[in-house]
Design a protein around this ligand. Structure first.
Ligand SMILES: *Cc1c(COP(=O)(O)O)cnc(C)c1O
Length: 381
């Protein structure tokens, strides 16, 4: 699904030198590389504060701790996402409220959020799923009306944009009150192990969070709040510093591969391709929600998706089903509160979605082979 080796080979000298430098200087924990990466990512995202941490799941949890959410508070999030999003809500004793998603963008459905808001609702967690920004204008409007926090799960969307109706354009992860991301190796900005970060423009929240990641300490050995130990290690920061200057080029390479896929599938019956769902012409580029294609996810609507997946695997083509089970039907999160009729879209998507290989090193011949294998299958089944 990804070609991490090919990507590494292009920046090998720089990455190797940076890693060796950390080892030589033995600044393994919170060394200068971590601070430098923090500053560079703040500049890239145009956000006031980046707080590096150990992984994207911690980032979400710490963001919620920083906001002071308490047991019993309801947190609304999408039924169609990676489990980490709902897991931390449950872990903190908060009440997860899963809602349906949009069948076109796969992102959280704003009407479903509206219907789920109660006097106990405290936060909304939109996920920029597969690299496409959620409907942030409407989500922020709802949040303001109901006095709710918005925590963007930007693990799949780093480097993407959201073009607001008011003509402004912001990077995903800088629109809500706080955001989280992951540097898991296969993410758009991946390190060579685990890593994550929290972003916010709120000075007070950033201060609180910097203490939480460090055992709740604001003064050494004074523990004012219950915190955690969650750090980005210096070797991972060194890798990320070598990769960050390439992030826009990486995302451009993903978009180019996506456009080649889309062209090959144009006019093919039963395949629905993903996209920005806005006018992405060159002239309109400034107003477009730039999709960063963390995944390239098709909907297969007239054929057996699982048979297609088996056919691709038989031909040596990796593929994935993200996600095969909606969160509201996962044993850990099942709840009487949920009614099947409120999850029509996720219940359908789990049968139709299939993600094709998507990374920065895809060659034209690979795309041709993948698309022709899919198309041949659909013509014969
Ligand atoms: C990857 C991912 C996470 C978790 O990130 P880790 O670094 O693996 O903990 C959270 N949310 C979403 C949507 C993800 O894709």
């Amino acid at each position: 699904m990804v070609d991490l080796k090919g990507q590494y080979n292009r920046i090998k000298d720089q990455v190797d030198a940076s890693i060796l430098n950390v080892i030589e200087t033995t600044a393994f924990i919170n060394g200068p590389e971590v601070h430098a990466f923090q500053k560079e990512l703040e500049a890239y995202l145009e956000v006031k504060h980046v707080i590096p941490c150990a992984n994207g799941t911690d980032a979400l949890q710490i963001a919620m701790m920083g906001l002071g959410l308490k047991p019993g508070d309801e947190v609304i999030t999408a039924d169609f996402t990676f489990a980490a999003t709902v897991e931390v809500i449950a872990l903190l004793g908060l009440t997860p409220v899963l809602v349906d998603v949009d069948p076109i963008t796969f992102n959280i459905d704003v009407n479903a959020i509206k219907n789920a808001i109660t006097p106990n609702t405290k936060a909304i967690v939109p996920v920029h799923l597969f690299g496409l920004a959620a409907n942030m204008d409407e989500i922020m409007k709802l949040a303001n009306e109901h006095n709710l926090f918005v925590i963007e799960d930007n693990a799949q969307g780093i480097g993407g944009y959201y073009a607001s109706k008011d003509g402004t354009k912001k990077k995903t992860g800088t629109i809500g009150h706080v955001a989280s991301t992951s540097f898991f190796p296969s993410k758009n900005l991946g390190c060579y192990g685990d890593g994550g970060a929290i972003f916010t423009n709120d000075d007070d929240l950033a201060y609180t969070i910097r203490g939480i990641v460090n055992h709740g300490m604001y003064i050494r050995y004074h523990h004012d709040v219950v915190g955690v130990n969650s750090r980005l290690d210096s070797i991972q920061a060194a890798v990320l510093r070598a990769k960050l200057p390439n992030l826009d080029a990486y995302n451009d390479a993903r978009r180019l591969a996506a456009s080649k896929y889309a062209k090959a599938f144009q006019g093919i019956d039963g395949v629905i391709t993903p996209g920005c769902f806005c006018d992405c012409s060159i002239e309109n580029k400034e107003k477009c929600n730039l999709h960063v294609y963390h995944q390239y996810t098709l909907k297969i609507i007239n054929a057996d998706r699982d048979a297609l997946a088996a056919h691709l695997n038989k031909n040596g083509i990796p593929c994935g089903v993200y996600y095969p089970i909606p969160l509201h039907l996962q044993k850990a999160y099942i709840d009487d509160r949920y009614k099947e009729e409120n999850f029509k879209v996720t219940n359908q998507l789990i049968k139709e979605v299939i993600s094709l290989p998507m990374h920065t090193e895809l060659e034209d011949e690979q795309i041709d082979f993948i698309t022709s294998t899919v198309i041949d299958f659909l013509k014969n089944n």
